[in-house]
Design a protein around this ligand. Structure first.
Ligand code: DX5
Ligand code: ZN
Length: 221
């Protein structure tokens, strides 16, 4: 049976109470904290950086932190997030001049590495680096904002990546990010995803546990 993981995106959390919000989703059954980093350059929005990641660790958060870097250039932020205690560090290949080196930097720093593909980014960036990635993240919206609608062509892309991962025989996680909720999580899992980012679908509800339980119930069907 697939080891499904639910990764709430804290982009939709109440930033004035971030520590409490992260504790709340984790005690509601979340597996991974998805941490969206935006630089108002690679994407048209500005969020949080390594200081906030470090503050969550200092606050006592021990769960895996999945730092999704929507920044350009990426390399300097990779070092900062390693130091800040990130578990996964993922970046968009077109935001790095030297993809192989950026991936290597992440692993050399003791973190898990990942490449992120926007809806229209081709998969050929995987061609020579499958052995250097621990996670592949397919964006199912254009990055920059929470609360957008899932782009259905992602399902076909997920199937293609699932096939590549299975053929490689490598233990690479396949994550999906954007517009994921109770109503479509099952279909997304059937297309091959095993790690589900959900921001508004969790944080915009009153009962995080009930929402996460419903997602897991869909995955168990
Ligand atoms: C978008 C971010 C997502 C976002 C998802 O650029 O990478 O992680 O928070 O939000 P929802 O789940 O609301 O689409
Ligand atoms: Zn994200």
């Amino acid at each position: 049976m697939t080891d499904f993981k639910i990764a709430p995106s804290i982009l939709s959390a109440d930033f004035a109470r971030l520590g409490e919000e992260v504790e709340a989703v984790l005690s509601a059954g979340a597996d991974i904290v998805h941490f969206d980093v935006m630089d108002n350059h690679y994407v048209p929005n500005l969020t949080i950086g390594p200081m906030v990641c470090k503050a969550l660790r200092k606050h006592g958060i021990e769960a895996p932190i999945d730092a999704h870097l929507m920044v350009k250039p990426v390399d300097r932020m990779i070092g900062d997030f390693i130091e800040a205690g990130a578990t996964y560090i993922t970046f968009h290949p077109e935001a790095s001049d030297h993809i192989d080196r950026s991936l290597q930097m992440i692993r050399d720093g003791g973190c898990k590495s990942g490449l992120v593909f926007n809806p229209a980014t081709p998969l050929h960036y995987l061609d020579h680096v499958m052995d250097k990635v621990d996670m592949i993240l397919l964006m199912s919206v254009n990055p920059g904002f929470g609360g957008q609608k899932f782009i259905p062509t992602t399902l076909d892309k997920l199937r293609q990546v699932r096939q590549r991962i299975d053929e490689s025989g490598l233990p690479i996680r396949l994550e999906v990010d954007g517009g994921v909720g109770i109503g479509n999580i099952r279909e997304i899992a059937e297309a091959g995803a095993d790690t589900f980012v959900a921001g508004s679908a969790i944080f915009n509800t009153d009962d995080y546990r009930a929402t996460i339980d419903k997602m897991r119930a869909e995955l168990a069907l």
